[in-house]
Design a binder for this molecule. Structure first.
Ligand code: NAD
Ligand code: UDP
Length: 328
């Protein structure tokens, strides 16, 4: 039985990855310190004999007994609101955390896939974004903590590949959504859906002309799985190229949720990218992969998930309190 370590396992993507690898017949070790994750995302695996969970901060030395075949490094805050609130932890998990996991991969002769992001392109001047675009990132802006941690993560991963001959994979993930996103993580889909469910106005940042391209989680996981099993060591974009402005998206959410609330406009956060759309030609060619879930279908599944949350979860203070983690 092949063994895989998944960091960030209690998070949105990490928990879906655990499910996928278990389904494929792997023994899965999930690791997380719960800073932005939720125990609830893994409850269904609690008694699964092919799953083990280790509560650990990956910025500290990572110890795993026995062999490992694959490592998927997904630990990192991923929502702008999260990483603005915990900037140092964000930098550390992308740098020190990645270094620890690359060291572990080397020691175990395991293949490692790291979760990079469309944010390495910053506020892009090339559209759609192809993997050979170097990006337009403000190193010292508030988002720089995430973007630069991820860029460093890519660099150190390539250094381990070139210098140590480590088998590495880099996925550049574009906005992905689905069940198990945290309702209060501040990202646009949970934000709009939470507002609709609570009977609040939908908050658009800026004039809503900025664009995003939303990928349903099952498509994303399929792309990541195929990339891990491929023999390609350079970054690959995985996302859905179907681009939409945030204003049009808010209208779609109003229709889907049937809310009577209106749209209100707030200030656009600093360095908020104005356009984002993945060029997925490489993933199509290399992995024979492309998204299959239409936005309408994926949003309906996601809204059904948010509707199933308890009133306590729905009205829990808007953003996560990181105080305990910061003290540790
Ligand atoms: P998430 O916040 O739901 O999950 C991240 C998980 O990592 C959480 O469970 C958190 O507790 C854990 N974590 C953070 N720091 C840790 C540490 N030091 N030690 C151990 N665990 C730690 O976010 P997500 O959307 O699931 O994102 C997962 C990964 O995918 C991240 O690396 C993110 O940068 C990347 N990504 C996600 C998206 C997206 O649209 N969802 C887009 C681009 C990149
Ligand atoms: N956004 C918004 N209202 C919200 C939350 C987000 O208009 O309540 C905008 C945000 O400014 C950005 C886009 O929606 O332009 C996507 O934001 P998100 O936080 O989901 O992720 P990003 O793609 O910026 O990392």
């Amino acid at each position: 039985m092949k063994k895989v370590l998944i960091t960030g396992a209690a998070g949105f993507l990490g928990s879906h990855l655990c499910d996928r690898f278990i389904k494929e017949g792997y023994y899965v070790i999930g690791m997380d310190n719960y800073i932005t994750g939720d125990k609830k995302n893994l409850l269904h695996l609690e008694n699964n004999p092919n799953f083990a969970f280790v509560e650990h901060d990956v910025t500290k030395f990572v110890k795993i007994d026995g062999n490992l075949d694959y490592i998927l490094h997904f630990a990192s805050p991923a929502s702008p609101i999260d990483y603005l609130k915990i900037p140092i932890q964000t930098l550390k998990v992308g740098s020190l955390g990645t270094h620890n996991l690359l060291g572990l991969a080397k020691a175990k002769k395991a293949r490692i896939l790291i979760a990079s992001t469309s944010e390495v392109y910053g506020d892009p001047l090339v559209h759609p974004q192809t993997e050979d675009y170097y990006g337009n990132v403000n190193t010292i802006g508030p988002r720089g903590v995430y973007d630069e941690a991820k860029r460093f993560q890519e660099s150190i991963t390539m250094a381990y590949h070139r210098f140590h001959g480590l088998e590495t994979r880099i996925v550049r993930i574009f906005n992905t959504y689905g069940p198990r996103m945290r309702l209060n993580d501040g990202r646009v889909i949970p934000a709009f859906m939470g507002q609709a469910l609570r009977g609040e106005d939908l908050t658009i940042f800026g004039d809503g002309s900025q664009t995003r391209s939303f990928c349903y989680v099952d498509d994303q996981i399929e792309g990541i799985y195929r990339l891990l099993l491929s023999d390609y060591s350079y970054p690959v974009n995985i996302g859905n190229p179907h681009e939409i402005s945030i204003k049009d998206f808010a209208e779609e959410i109003i229709k889907l949720t049937g809310t009577n609330q209106k749209i209100v406009y707030k200030k656009l956060p600093i360095d908020d990218p104005l356009q984002r759309q993945p060029d997925i030609s490489l993933a199509k060619k290399l992995l024979n992969w492309q998204p299959t879930v239409e936005r309408e279908q994926g949003m309906k599944i996601t809204f059904d998930y948010f509707k199933s949350l308890t009133a306590d979860e729905l009205y829990r203070s808007e953003h996560k309190d990181f105080t305990n983690h910061i003290k540790k």
